[in-house]
Design a protein around this ligand. Structure first.
Ligand code: A3P
Length: 345
């Protein structure tokens, strides 16, 4: 009997010991990886002295946990009332451009404690059926937030859909509009790659990019091809400018957001009149993904889904040259209107 009890005790001690060693190893690995990327305690150094208008970050991060629960639907009406939570119409919208990096931009802005993202693309203004459901339907699609926070949604189809500027204007004529762009030819190929992947998944055949982008009869760029049309940024922007002054737009450099996200995000914070809160600590380069990923705190970090950052098919260089030449005058006009110049070829 005594022998059996001793054996049991030894077994328990062994399990507990293994758990302790495992946890220790995990912590060492974790701290080690953080150490390589960032100072261990960035919170102290990150912020200047607190002014009155500053947001209590720690309190907000705690509340964020609550918000997450509420968003999942795990909240009673009483809790929502108690925490003063509201579903607010967006104060800023990422209107496009498709494949410009709209998801990365939204997720990165969501690192800011005063920003709450609408996770799904809502397609309220570009989809007639949704639009017919009315503004209250749209508001109910928004996440819960505290009154001082701003809600941001993204639906890249807004940028290219004819009716959208007028509809958004009717909702809020002073709304802030974010447009993230990439070098137009790269964006068009990225657009093609996404559609191609969808076709492949359904076992459908699809043409090569070269065949779609170049009209075989004229050998000129095929402006009927949607991926090409979407990259003529100035054409779309001009429609928006009939409703909104240029100051209400902020152009984000999608190519730079990939390689050097922080300065781009800081420009957006400024545009949205938010105190600077996103820091290098929140962004770390993940060599396996080949992209920056997001770090909310010491335990919670995430990369974007695998569908972001696809490998593009190789495209004939003469087609690329032709496309770049085609986009060139439109790009010049885009720089002129927006006041933001890119080094696009
Ligand atoms: P590719 O798949 O062509 O590389 P959108 O979200 O508008 O669909 O844009 C997708 C693009 O976001 C991707 O295009 C990718 O290059 C870019 N992107 C920018 N930052 C990223 C990040 N941190 N992680 C993954 N993709 C990112």
């Amino acid at each position: 009997m005594l022998f059996k009890q001793q054996a049991l005790l030894r077994q328990k001690l062994f399990v507990l010991g293994s758990l302790a060693i495992g946890s220790l190893l995990y912590l060492v690995a974790r701290v080690g990886s953080l150490d390589r990327l960032q100072p261990l305690c960035p919170i102290d150094g990150r912020f200047g002295p607190r002014g009155q208008d500053e947001i209590q970050l720690r309190a907000l991060q705690f509340k964020r946990g609550l918000l997450h629960e509420f968003r999942k639907g795990n909240a009673t009406k009483e809790q929502i009332r108690l925490h003063n939570l509201v579903q607010q119409l967006p104060k800023a919208i990422i209107i496009g451009v498709r494949k410009g990096g709209t998801r990365a931009l939204l997720e990165m802005l969501n690192l800011h404690p005063a920003v709450v993202k609408a996770s799904q693309e809502i397609h309220f203004f570009d989809n007639d059926e949704n639009y017919a459901k009315g503004i209250e339907w749209y508001r109910k699609k928004m996440p819960f937030s505290y009154p001082h926070q701003i809600t941001i949604e993204k639906s890249p189809a807004y940028f290219i859909t004819e009716e959208v500027p007028e509809r958004i204007y009717k909702m809020n004529s002073s709304i802030k509009l974010l447009i993230i762009v990439r070098e137009p030819t790269t964006r068009a190929i990225s657009d093609y790659t996404q559609v191609l992947e969808g076709k492949e998944r359904k076992n459908k055949t699809y043409y090569k990019f070269e065949k779609l982008a170049i009209d075989p009869n004229t050998c000129e760029v095929n402006t009927k091809y949607k991926a090409v049309r979407t990259s003529i940024y100035t054409k779309h922007l001009e429609r928006w400018l009939k409703y909104f002054p240029v100051e209400q737009f902020h152009i984000v450099d999608g190519d730079r957001l990939i390689t050097e996200p922080l300065p781009e995000l800081q420009l957006v914070e400024k545009f949205l009149n938010l105190p600077p809160r996103i820091s290098q600590y929140n962004l770390y380069f993940n060599a396996t993904r080949g992209f920056y990923c997001l770090r909310f705190n010491i335990v919670f970090n995430k990369c974007l889904a695998g569908s972001k950052g696809r490998i593009h098919p190789e495209v004939d260089t003469s087609v690329i040259t032709k496309l770049r030449k085609f986009f060139h005058p439109f790009n010049q006009k885009f720089y002129q209107i927006t006041g933001r110049t890119f080094n696009w070829p």
